[in-house]
Write a new protein. Sequence first.
Length: 154
Amino acid sequence: MNVESMYQEIILDHYKNPRGKGRLDSAAAESHQVNPTCGDEVTVQVATDDSGRLRVGYEGQGCSISQASASVMAEMVEGLDPKAAEEIRAAFLELMHSRGDAEPDEDILGDGVAFAGVAKYPARIKCALLPWMALQDAEVKAGITVTVEGETRS
């Protein structure tokens, strides 16, 4: 099995067996994002637990790429401190903006490396980024402040 086939299998698995899908019992904030080009939609909810770790839930509809990306995102950031989640989000954004030329770090991105091939197709990048943008927006709305490399985002 070649790498591209393996990546396609990971995306299909997350699409067919979504992780983290569903609304949170008590969300601090949520963000609903739509890709007007194709109609993909996702609503990401965030909260923090008593120790400040992220809780994430989502609902959505759309293509396998957007929905698999939401599943990967939820699985990867659930239970992390916001700084660690932001580092993953930043690495995923970098991968998506690489136009397929980046060598993704599996230690940071986990199943997110499966989207390396998506980065070659500009029309599909927005699909993959949709839940990650919703996550960032929901965190801002919830007042979750993150400092990465000297820059504070709130």
